[in-house]
Design a protein around this ligand. Structure first.
Ligand SMILES: NC(=O)C1=CN([C@@H]2O[C@H](COP(=O)(O)OP(=O)(O)OC[C@H]3O[C@@H](n4cnc5c(N)ncnc54)[C@H](OP(=O)(O)O)[C@@H]3O)[C@@H](O)[C@H]2O)C=CC1
Ligand SMILES: O=C(O)C1=N[C@H](C(=O)O)C[C@H](O)C1
Length: 260
C-alpha cells in the first residue's frame, strides 16, 4: 500500500531534508505540507510536486490527505499539531523537541484510546540513540556526570531534546549521589541547567550542527561519550524506519530505539 505523508514544517532545515527523503521513497508519497509562510511560487524550491497540497494553516487541512503526519516544526506548535493528527486519524511521526512529560503522557493516552500508532523521537540519528543507551549503562557505575550539548546558532530550544532525554535515562539508574553542598559561583548560571542534580550545558555556535558529550568522572579516571551529527542527513535513516513502521503500531512509542 502506498502511504500518504504530510510534512509539517516542510520549509525548515529538517523539513527540507524530510521532503527529499519522502520524494526518494517508492512506498511513501508526499501528499501535503504544512508550511505557514511558504507561498505557491516557492513550490519548486521546496521540491513539492504538483500533486502536493500546500497548507499555511492547520485548520484548513483535509484529514483524508495523509495517513502519516511527519512533524519537524517548533516547540510551541508540536503539541497541538500531534493532537490534530491523532484527532483526525493520522499517525504522527514526531522529531520536533520541546514536548513536556505531561504532554507526552497525554498524547500516548490519546493514541491508545484511538488505537493509533505513532513515534516521538528526540533524535533520529543512530549515534545519538547509541550514546543515550551507553550513557544509561555507564551511569550505573559512574554517578558523577554532566552533559554538554552543542548545536547550531538557530536552534530555538535549550536544552536539546536529546540532552534532556539523556539526563532522564541517567536519572533512572544512577545510584544515590551527593553534589558538593558548599559550592560558590561568581557568575550567574555558570554551572548550567540542573535536571535532578545532573548538570546540563547548552552551547549554541555557528558552524555546529548537533553534538553531545556525556562526561563521567570517577576516582582517578573519567569516561567521555560523544556523538556528532555533522549533517542533518544523519537523521534520515531513523525517519525512514519510523515511516516504514508507524502504521503497524497501535500506540505512540517514545524513542527510536523502541522500534528498531
Ligand atoms: N528528532 C530529531 O532527530 C531531530 C529533531 N530536530 C527538531 O526538529 C525541529 C525543527 O528543527 P529545524 O528544522 O532545525 O528548525 P527550523 O526552524 O529550520 O524549521 C522549523 C519549521 O517549522 C515551521 N513552523 C513554525 N511554526 C509552525 C506551525 N505552527 N506549524 C507548522 N510549521 C511551523 C517554520 O516555518 P516558518 O519559519 O515559516 O515559521 C519552519 O519552517 C526542532 O524542534 C528540532 O529540535 C532537529 C533535528 C533532528
Ligand atoms: O535542533 C536540532 O538541530 C536538533 N534537535 C534535536 C534535539 O533537540 O535533541 C535533535 C538533534 O540534536 C538536532
Amino acid at each position: 500500500m502506498m502511504k500518504k505523508v504530510l510534512i509539517a514544517g516542510a520549509a525548515g532545515a529538517m523539513g527540507q531534508k524530510a521532503v527529499a527523503l519522502v520524494n526518494s521513497l517508492t512506498d511513501v508519497e508526499l501528499t501535503a505540507v504544512l508550511a505557514p509562510h511558504a507561498t505557491a511560487d516557492q513550490r519548486a524550491q521546496l521540491q513539492l510536486g504538483p500533486q502536493v497540497k500546500l497548507y499555511q494553516d492547520r485548520a484548513q487541512i483535509d484529514p483524508k490527505v495523509a495517513d502519516i503526519w511527519l512533524d519537524f516544526t517548533v516547540p510551541a506548535a508540536v503539541y497541538e499539531n500531534v493532537r490534530f493528527a491523532l484527532d483526525h486519524g493520522m499517525a504522527p511521526v514526531v522529531g520536533t523537541t520541546g514536548l513536556t512529560d505531561e504532554q507526552e503522557a497525554q498524547l500516548v493516552a490519546e493514541s491508545k484510546e484511538k488505537h493509533l500508532g505513532g513515534v516521538i523521537a528526540p533524535n533520529f540519528g543512530m549515534s545519538a540513540v547509541l550514546l543515550m543507551k551507553f550513557a544509561r549503562e555507564a551511569a550505573k557505575y559512574f554517578p558523577d556526570v554532566e552533559i554538554i550539548e552543542m548545536h547550531h546558532a538557530d536552534k530555538k530550544d535549550a536544552p536539546s531534546g536529546t540532552a534532556l532525554s539523556t539526563a532522564k535515562l541517567i536519572d533512572q539508574v544512577r545510584p544515590k549521589h551527593e553534589s558538593s553542598p558548599d559550592e560558590v559561583t561568581t557568575l550567574d548560571h555558570v554551572r548550567g541547567g540542573d535536571y535532578h542534580g545532573i548538570k546540563v550545558h547548552s552551547v549554541r555556535l555557528p558552524g555546529y550542527v548537533a553534538h553531545e558529550q556525556v562526561l563521567f568522572g570517577g576516582t582517578g579516571e573519567a569516561l567521555t561519550l560523544r556523538q556528532d551529527s555533522f549533517d542533518r542527513q544523519s537523521f534520515m535513516s531513523g525517519v525512514k524506519v519510523a515511516l516504514e513502521k508507524v502504521l503497524d503500531l497501535d500506540e505512540l512509542v517514545i524513542g527510536l530505539e523502541n522500534i528498531l
